[in-house]
Design a protein around this ligand. Structure first.
Ligand code: XMP
Length: 513
């Protein structure tokens, strides 16, 4: 996507915080793009960045084979900010000295700003920072001034004003460095001269223009799930190419109560006949009969989904482009080495080869989740859709422990609807990142009237999280829990017990399967 906006290029040396750096920059309304550490200087120059940031990273610059940037980057005349590994690399490549310190600094560390320079303008004195490093700069390269020190490190920040090179031993991007925002502002506005005018409105206009250019007069097919990402893609594409867009919603019968209807209510007026609702619930239920293993459930649902989608696509005749709601973290994660797969989250794998798409349209591939939401609001999508908590692709199937039947689906769907109603009514909706009920495989004894019952236990799960990698259970007030529990046992047949899951992630995961 071409434009005249200011750009900061972030060289990724494998830091766990790279995405966070990009988000901090974008939060200042300056567009930031992450590129691999070994991107050639010429390629970076062609992007015309206003500034370059070197991320941190787990390697040691003293090790042979540790990641290096193209040396010519230092001759581009563009300001560079190195963070942690990035600073050490800058020092190392420009002939300063980097060493293993006597004392390793990790966690909250106080930094004394001795000389504000340009980078630490307005921060004189002591500031709280977050450190995580095994090496440090002991002698800065020629032409660099030391700006700050710590009890164990004589060079916690440096700058070469003439060449506009800057380095920080600590991480300004994490919340544990409370004044990090000011440092970014100094770099972006005072040093790089960015104007901070990157807005969602301009992103939307650019994205629409780019889609028009890519698609021309051809046809686009989109799998619409009702989640934020695909809903935003549908709206954007519709604005860009109108009725050249066909959206297919595959109802696998594992959706929450009223969900297919709500999706239809939003998109039918927009897409008319070009919205195709496929009810494949019977088919999915038949395939899932008797299956208890969570990963097998996921695989069956994933491949069945592709089959239904592909069958529908074939029946539609001419198709040129496939649109997808890929977002930035997917792109970045899949291009770096990822860890062990704990749960297979990717539900839509490859489509059959006989579907003759000539290209893929991914208008969100440069956006973070919160930016996708902002874009959705900008495009006028209803609030409930924009703020919809994530719902897993395999849907309620992984919220029923054990095998799936129509009766069990009804139980989990109804109890979930009650929970959602009460959470929203209590005003906790925005506070909770995700909340749902689980039909545990457990049955237990109860008393209903004068009779003994032997029925199911429903578990409530509600969590707070920033990134879904770790999560805390939500402290729902007792009176609300009480109301939810009473309503579930009274209104949902075959439930005689409700429990609240008070485990954080880790060790538990958010979903039960
Ligand atoms: P876990 O259970 O791994 O969940 O702590 C983290 C987030 O991922 C969602 N999740 C899934 N999403 N397909 C998806 O699209 C899946 O198979 C899947 N499993 C978990 C979960 O809802 C939570 O938001």
């Amino acid at each position: 996507m071409k434009s005249k906006r200011d750009l900061i290029v972030l060289l990724d040396f494998g830091a766990q915080y790279s995405q966070l750096i990009a988000r901090r920059v974008r939060a200042e309304q300056v567009y930031c793009e992450i590129v691999p550490y070994n991107t050639p200087a010429a390629k970076i120059a062609a992007m015309s960045p206003k500034g370059i940031i070197f991320s941190g990273g787990p390697a040691s610059v003293l090790d042979v084979g540790s990641p290096r940037c193209d040396e010519a980057i230092f001759d581009l005349g563009v300001p560079i900010l190195g963070i942690c590994y990035g600073m050490q690399l800058m020092a190392h490549m420009l002939h300063g000295k980097v060493e293993i310190p006597d004392e390793r600094e990790y966690g909250q560390v106080e930094v004394e700003v001795k000389d504000e320079g340009q980078l630490l303008q307005g921060l004189k004195g002591r500031i709280k920072t977050w450190m995580s490093h095994t090496l440090q700069v002991s002698v800065p390269p020629q032409g660099f001034n030391i700006l700050a020190t710590t009890a164990h490190c004589d060079c916690a920040a440096f700058e070469n004003r003439e060449r506009r090179f800057y380095g920080l031993q600590f991480h300004p991007e994490v919340t544990h460095t409370p004044r990090g925002k000011e440092i970014f502002k100094n770099f972006l506005f005072n040093i790089c001269g960015c104007s901070g005018d990157w807005q969602m409105k301009s992103y939307a206009d650019e994205a629409i223009a780019a889609i028009r250019q890519q698609v021309g007069d051809k046809q686009v097919l989109l799998g619409l799930s009702g989640g934020v990402d695909s809903s935003v893609v549908a709206t954007l594409l519709h604005k860009a190419v109108g009725d050249q867009l066909t959206a297919v919603f595959v109802n696998h019968g594992l959706m929450r109560k009223n969900e297919p209807e709500e999706i239809e209510a939003v998109f039918r007026p927009l897409l008319g006949e070009k919205l195709i609702m496929v009810d494949a619930s019977e088919r999915f239920l038949a395939k899932l009969a008797g299956v208890t293993d969570p990963e097998t459930k996921r695989k069956i649902i994933g491949s069945e989904f592709i089959e239904v989608f592909a069958e529908t696509a074939r029946s539609l005749g001419r198709l040129d482009f496939l649109a997808q709601g890929t977002i930035y973290p997917d792109v970045v994660e899949s291009s770096s080495a990822t860890g062990t797969v704990i749960k297979s989250h990717h539900n839509v794998g490859g489509l059959p080869k006989d579907l003759p798409f000539c290209g893929i349209v991914e208008p969100l591939r440069l956006l973070f989740k919160d930016e996708v939401r902002e874009l959705g609001t900008e495009l006028g999508l209803p609030e409930h859709m924009v703020w919809r908590p994530p719902f897993p692709g395999p849907g309620l199937a992984i919220r029923i422990i054990g095998d799936i039947t129509a009766d069990k689906l009804l139980i989990v769907r109804e109890s979930d609807a009650i929970l959602r109603e009460e959470i929203v009514a209590s005003g906790l909706g925005r506070e909770a990142s995700q909340y749902f009920t689980v039909l545990t495989g457990l049955r237990s004894v109860g008393v209903m009237g004068d009779e003994r019952s032997y029925d199911y236990t429903i578990a409530i799960r509600a969590v707070n999280t920033d990134d879904f990698m770790t999560a805390d259970w939500l402290k729902i007030p007792y009176d609300i829990l009480d109301k939810i529990s009473r309503r579930i046992v009274n209104e949902v047949r075959h439930v005689n017990r409700v429990v609240y899951d008070i485990t954080s992630k880790p060790p538990a995961s958010i979903e039960w399967e």
